[in-house]
Design a protein around this ligand. Structure first.
Ligand code: C2O
Length: 481
């Protein structure tokens, strides 16, 4: 465990810690303590998870003797997680900040160090062959002193794979292409795609998912699955907090890449007109925050920094065009006519491209306007938990998963939540946007791009599970900008 300097604590890379490092030992002890507290106590393990989302039906610890907080309290403090929103990053930062403060207060009460900070799980670390595995401390039944290990007490699936810590997380699940996205904010119709998500008010789920929220964020939730696979239970898995520390760290990595990588300057993101969020601090007091109050991790409220925010894909190696954002309005050049039912085997669809839109577009191209192409999968709904889907464009029949045709991953995290009719957005589902400019350019270069035959193929990451129904994609559309 690294000591704090000038009161700034260090969030360390969990894979760089020694076996049962103090950071992990005290985390385990504090969690055991939090688990003993009743759900109505804001410093309890269950209350903390309920802030993200809560449903009695999904609560694995529910008991007849539970006394939940009052309805008005639940309305104000529970089911708050922000997804499909430009508040995804700041809200989860606030959430982790208070959680860390609460864990630390338990650590201190138990006689531990007062500079305890959350570690992070860097599953994308190319220098660490074990990066995509779960650390052993989260798998073994006992602490070194023989007492029960709260870090391992979580439901993780798919069944059978958990014991070794290998959740079949693949390189495409931990891909960091999101760092290439320059705008923070996703534009109208998802064009351009944004690093942090679209402008919204309070947004608990559904809508257009930002690039970092999609991969690696959503992909890791879906791969670990079990409690991590649903909003209501995610926070009950001690790994959740390490996963989100890493997502929060990637926000810092992205900001650090260069001047163009900026948080929204729009005054409606933070105070005075942006949405504010209520939390409890370690003393149980209510604290209300806006996004602009957490952009700096060193403010007294947060007081942390990451061990490493170096750029995993240094910008020097990138072609200019990869950083160019297309200018001008978004142009819809094609869309599917019907919704598409996905299944547990690959599904291909042809999308008609409108020839006049194409001509206009080619004219724009001729004038040397940089163009980018965006593939939108709109209003994806489904009621079964399913794996992630890989998307390919114009994939050859013999090789449906050809790497050159790979467009991106659609993790179905939050799908069920966003599909419910009683969801605040009426079950309109998830919308994913993939920037497919590079794929299209590559296909053009090898003369394999054919506007008359634009085909999209969805390949589930895991084939043939136990009879789940695949999600339905409301519409596939292609935009140029
Ligand atoms: Cu609000 Cu990773 O979830």
């Amino acid at each position: 465990m690294k000591p704090a300097t000038n009161g700034i604590r260090v969030r360390e890379d969990v894979w760089k810690l020694t076996n049962w490092d103090d950071t992990l030992l005290w985390y385990a002890r504090a969690i055991s303590r939090m688990q003993e507290l009743p759900i109505a106590d804001s410093s309890s393990w269950r209350y903390q998870a309920a802030i993200h989302a809560y449903s009695r039906n999904a609560d694995p610890f529910t008991s007849p003797s539970d006394r939940l907080p009052s309805l008005s309290r639940r309305r104000r403090f529970w089911n708050q997680c922000q997804h499909g929103s430009w508040y995804f990053l700041p809200w989860h930062r606030m959430y982790l900040g208070f959680f860390e403060q609460i864990v630390r207060s338990h650590v201190v009460a138990l006689g531990g160090p007062d500079d305890w900070a959350l570690p992070y799980w860097n599953y994308s670390d190319a220098d660490n062959p074990d990066a995509r595995l779960v650390r052993r401390e989260f798998l073994v039944d006992r602490l070194p002193d023989g007492s029960p290990n709260s870090l391992a007490q979580a439901q993780r699936g798919p069944t059978g794979s958990g014991g070794t810590g290998d959740f079949d997380i693949e390189p495409f699940d931990t891909d960091l292409s999101c760092l290439l996205t320059v705008p923070f904010r996703t534009g109208r119709f998802g064009v351009p795609s944004g690093f942090g998500g679209p402008r919204t008010g309070f947004q608990h789920g559904g809508g257009v998912i930002g690039d970092l929220e999609r991969v690696p964020h959503g992909a890791i939730h879906v791969a670990v699955s079990g409690w991590m696979g649903a909003f209501e239970t995610a926070g009950l898995d001690p790994l959740f907090w390490l996963h989100h520390a890493n997502i929060d760290r990637l926000w810092e990595v992205w900001l650090n890449r260069g001047d163009q990588f900026e948080n929204p300057s729009d005054p409606s993101w933070g105070a005075p007109s942006g949405t504010d969020f209520d939390f409890h601090d370690a003393a149980g007091a209510i604290v209300t925050l806006t996004a602009d109050q957490v952009v700096d991790t060193k403010v007294p409220l947060l007081s942390y920094q990451y061990e490493d925010i170096s750029d995993p894909m240094p910008i020097a190696g990138l072609g200019e065009e990869e950083l160019i954002m297309g200018k001008g309005p978004a142009m819809l050049v094609g869309a599917s006519e019907e919704s598409i039912q996905l299944s547990s085997s690959p599904t291909s669809v042809n999308v008609q491209i409108d020839p006049t839109a194409m001509t206009d577009n080619l004219a724009a191209l001729a004038e040397g306007e940089p163009q980018r192409a965006y593939l939108n999968m709109e209003n994806i709904v489904g009621f079964d938990k399913v794996s992630s889907y890989k998307v390919f464009v114009n994939a050859p029949e013999k090789e449906p998963e050809a790497q050159t045709n790979y467009a991106g991953l659609l993790p179905m995290f939050g799908l069920v939540e966003a599909s419910r009719r009683d969801d605040p957005h009426g079950g309109s589902g998830l919308t994913y946007v993939l920037d497919i400019t590079d794929v299209v350019n590559q296909l053009k270069q090898s003369n394999k791009w054919n506007e008359k035959n634009f085909q999209v193929t969805f390949v589930p990451k895991q084939r043939a599970q136990g009879g789940e129904k695949g999600p339905r994609v409301g519409r596939i559309s292609l935009y140029y900008r």
